[in-house]
Design a protein around this ligand. Structure first.
Ligand SMILES: *[C@@H]1O[C@H](CO)[C@@H](O)[C@H](O)[C@H]1NC(C)=O
Length: 151
């Protein structure tokens, strides 16, 4: 668990802003005199590749600590979020997908996918595209690999 703080706005509307240390952490650590950068910038992208009619895609992604919220995606639309791996490398996000009568739920980021999201830049990307025949993954937004069917 990261350290969280709560800030209050001055007006009567109470705005709770929860900021957890593991989100948007940026750090450079010195190891034995050499500077090694820590991969603390991981982005998961969810892309809709399904027709929006008669029903668009809905996706809700969460971890134990964070709720990315429910997103409605028309064909071609996407959303993404950014985070860092926690110290114990147990960070895990899963998403629930709804498209008409179709649903599925699975892990979109964990220790195993972490390495697959490395594409040789300081930040990692995990792309998921949702298609009529199932769910495809890659780290370059190009070479899609089918991972799951709709359940
Ligand atoms: C992924 O590719 C699509 C289509 O080429 C493009 O519109 C989108 O901006 C790309 N996303 C990222 C994060 O590069």
């Amino acid at each position: 668990m990261g350290h969280c703080f709560v800030s209050f706005s001055v007006n009567l509307t109470l705005i709770l802003q929860l900021a957890c240390a593991k989100i948007d952490d940026v750090g450079v650590h010195t190891i034995g005199g050499a500077v090694a950068s820590i991969v603390d910038d991981i982005r998961v992208h969810i892309v809709s590749g399904v027709p929006s009619n008669p029903t668009p895609l809905w996706a809700r992604c969460r971890s134990k600590d964070d709720d990315i919220g429910m997103h409605k995606l028309n064909n071609g639309e996407s959303f993404s979020w950014k985070f860092s791996m926690n110290f114990f490398e147990t960070t895990l996000f899963f998403c629930h997908f709804y498209w008409g009568s179709h649903t599925n739920i699975f892990t979109v980021f964990d220790r195993g996918l972490y390495e697959k999201c490395d594409h040789g830049t300081p930040h990692y990307d995990c792309f998921w595209v949702v298609r009529p025949d199932g769910f495809y993954f890659n780290n370059d937004n190009k070479s899609w690999e089918k991972m799951y069917d709709w359940s």
